[in-house]
Design a binder for this molecule. Structure first.
Ligand code: SF4
Ligand code: SF4
Length: 327
């Protein structure tokens, strides 16, 4: 269980941490001198999401993670999942190579697997401290493989959306979104919640992210983190054989859990995301990057289309063949 420490010498009793904590860890109490201060009376609820730390203007809060909870619960009581066959690994490695070389991707494409309750877990390391799902994706693009059961997840929003936990009441009501001043009213907050997909509560046991060429289970979705020009080629590759235009669901909310993962997962169609407040505030992703989630069923045609584009259209465009002469 994370330890929540408030430095009462710094705390002004403004109550911001109590407003922003999604799981009601804090209660504002008087110190007997007519002054209020934040008291973390329900530490057992803490997700280590660091929202209070980020919002406290006085830097009065520390969240100390011992890792005990993760270590205790990571005693695997289910059988280890059987790794995918070598031929399947080779296929994903070849897709990985095509994406990186044809597009010139800086970051590894990421294989995402949502592991349902009761399924065996793969033999993949868990993080030593809690992470947000978006943070785990950003680490996988740098080459890390991470298995994250519910107790490893730090974001109450993404974790319930992905079906790992129940939705905290403050999120279900929409109240928390108003504190961040990201929406105008409770009605707007409720509408935003109603329109975004989420999996049934506790239907999933864990998330797994790995670089695509290190996939150990068949991915549900492949995520690509890339610049707009590279996304343009991926979008064209997806319609190379059909000529269809693409329609995306983008909101600026819940980019990685909803837009990159759950929309492709539930609809079987790829989706583009511009990122969101949460993933940009809590990871080192640069401002020029966008995100795409491709369901595994669409990958073979997308890769074939991309290979075809890479023979002429992509090099022609990048060589600026129609640039006018200087006049
Ligand atoms: S946000 Fe900071 S200053 Fe305000 S009550 Fe909480 S700990 Fe105190
Ligand atoms: S880290 Fe998150 S869950 Fe824990 S006390 Fe702060 S806001 Fe609440």
């Amino acid at each position: 269980m994370p330890e929540v420490i408030v430095d009462h010498a710094l705390c002004t009793g403004c109550g911001t941490c109590a407003d922003f904590c999604p799981v009601e860890v804090f209660e504002m109490r008087g110190n007997g001198n007519g002054r209020l201060y934040a008291n973390p009376i329900r530490q057992e609820n803490c997700w280590a999401c660091d929202t209070c730390v980020g919002q406290c203007k006085r830097n009065a809060i520390q969240i100390i993670e011992t890792g005990d909870e993760i270590a205790a619960k990571s005693q695997r009581d289910t059988a280890t999942a059987r790794p995918i066959p070598h031929s399947e690994k080779q296929l994903y490695a070849s897709w990985h190579e095509t994406l990186r070389t044809v597009l010139g991707l800086r970051w590894a494409p990421v294989a995402i697997k949502l592991i349902p309750q009761g399924d065996p877990l793969p033999d993949v390391p868990m993080p030593r401290t809690k992470l947000r799902y978006c943070q785990s994706l950003m680490m996988a693009r740098r080459g890390k493989s991470l298995l994250m059961p519910a107790q490893c997840h730090a974001c109450p929003d993404g974790t319930h959306i992905l079906g790992l936990t129940e939705i905290p009441p403050k999120l279900a009501s929409g109240e928390l979104y108003l504190h961040f001043k990201k929406l105008a009213s409770m009605d707007a907050a409720r509408q935003m919640i109603a329109e975004r997909p989420r999996l049934p509560e506790k239907s999933m046991q864990a998330t797994l992210v790995t670089p695509l060429n290190k996939a150990v289970l068949t991915p549900d979705v492949v995520a690509v983190i890339a610049q707009p020009e590279q996304m343009m080629w991926l979008t064209m590759a997806s319609s190379f054989y059909t000529g269809h235009r693409s329609t995306f669901q983008i909101s600026g909310y819940n980019a990685q859990c909803v837009e990159t993962t759950l929309i492709p997962y539930t609809r079987g169609e790829f989706n583009l995301s511009l990122g969101c407040y949460g993933c940009r505030a809590s990871s080192d992703v640069s401002d020029d990057l966008m995100f795409m989630g491709v369901p595994i069923g669409q990958m073979p045609d997308l890769i074939r289309g991309l290979e075809s584009l890479g023979r002429k259209a992509i090099p022609d465009s990048r060589n600026k063949v129609y640039l006018p002469p200087n006049i």
